[in-house]
Write a protein that binds this ligand. Structure first.
Ligand code: NAP
Ligand code: 12T
Length: 340
């Protein structure tokens, strides 16, 4: 009989945690016991996993000696406290928060880009999962980077509210309904109206005028590509979409590459689906193609008419799946195939 693993999902009642459980089930991950952990508010509630009823447990009371793998998505402050405790107990942590991503000794992994870094889990027993916007961008850029190099990129994101969590999904739905019914709206999660609006602000503002979400794309791209010289100029924007981040990416490559060559590269690229018919509707959008699906969709591949080394891409993917839960489960699959 092949080996089975005990898996703890931390933040199991959240937008990402629920999807982690669904993806473990869908992909037939070899689970022996699954432990669904959340705050004391959720402890005692029941969920279904592989036709079994699982009772949600309080994270604060859980003994991590019982698990070999911990999938964490309950926020950075929770990971800061509990990931080292889990790792110390012998449970390898795959962490979805920003807590450990920029630590030199902790691998930051996109399986299609740098799977070999998973081996470094041994340093601290923790592997970090990148930010959703970085993951889908790097899946799309890796084939081009390997073929011709990338000097610089400009990117504007159009990010779904599910990236913030379940309360943000509720806020978008409630504001939309209130506005359509001529009621007064309330803004609790975001500082301004998100329904029927666009906000140039994700995560906190930093001293350089960029937001932390924007700087994550800079720091994480350089770390994952292993290239401190790649220049990244991001603008991260929240849009009233529930699932699926979109990105307009403008690349400057080191050697000239044509649209036809990019299409050729994408034919054998893992995790990518090209949809680029250059006619009405012949492109991917967040709600119609990416929501609930695994691939990173690439559309609108064009040579930049203003720059000799420029290529433009439109990249769309489900932020909760490939941007978080799926990427973590793919890391766990490699971990068990090769290392534990
Ligand atoms: P969410 O829908 O708000 O869910 C938060 C989860 O954390 C819930 O399960 C919640 O449990 C749990 N939690 C909160 N406080 C806790 C505590 N004191 N002890 C134990 N569990 C606690 O948020 P989400 O969208 O799933 O995101 C969760 C985190 O994942 C984010 O903060 C972020 O760090 C990370 N994330 C990463 C990415 C990425 O880009 N890779 C994307 C999205 C999210 P209760 O239901 O009991 O409150
Ligand atoms: N603030 O994992 O609000 O660093 O969309 C992911 C998503 C932080 C993270 C968001 C965020 C993260 C968001």
């Amino acid at each position: 009989m092949s080996k089975k693993y005990n898996v703890a999902v931390v933040g199991a009642t959240g937008a990402v945690g629920v999807t982690m459980l669904a993806i473990l089930e869908e992909r037939g991950f070899p689970v022996d016991n699954v432990y669904a952990l959340a705050s004391s508010r959720s402890a005692g509630k029941e969920i279904q996993f592989n036709d079994k009823t699982i009772v949600i447990e309080d994270l604060a009371e859980f003994d991590f000696k019982k698990a070999q793998i911990g999938l964490f998505s309950a926020g950075a402050s929770i990971s800061k406290v509990y990931a080292p405790i889990a790792a110390e107990a012998g449970c390898v942590v795959i962490d979805n928060t920003s807590q450990f991503r920029y630590d030199d000794h902790i691998p930051l992994v996109v399986p299609e880009v740098n799977p070999e870094k998973i081996a470094n889990y041994k340093d601290h027993g923790i592997i970090a999962n990148p930010n959703c916007s970085t993951i889908q961008m790097l899946v799309a850029l890796k084939p081009i980077y390997d073929a011709v190099g990338i000097d610089r990129l400009n990117v504007a994101t159009y990010q779904a509210v599910s990236g913030t969590g379940k309360e943000a999904i509720d806020e978008l739905n409630q504001q939309s309904s209130d506005i359509l019914n001529d009621e007064i709206i309330s803004c609790d999660v975001y500082p301004k109206q998100i329904a029927f609006n666009v906000l140039p602000h994700i995560d906190v503002f930093l001293d350089n005028g960029y937001t932390k979400e924007e700087m994550k794309m800079v720091w994480e791209t350089q770390k994952i590509m292993g290239d401190d010289n790649i220049k990244v100029n991001p603008t991260a924007v929240r849009v009233p979409v529930i699932y699926g981040h979109s990105e307009a990416i403008h690349l400057e490559t080191k050697k000239k590459i044509t649209v036809q060559e990019v299409n050729e590269l994408y034919k054998n690229a893992p995790g990518i689906t090209v949809l680029d018919d250059r006619n009405d509707g012949g492109y991917a959008t967040a709600a119609t193609e990416s929501a609930g699906q695994d691939p990173v969709f690439v559309s609108r591949i064009r040579e930049d008419i203003s720059h000799p080394m420029g290529i433009n891409l439109w990249v769309v993917s489900d932020n909760v799946r490939k941007g978080a839960a799926l990427n973590s489960v793919q890391i766990a699959e490699i971990l068990i195939q090769k290392y534990i």
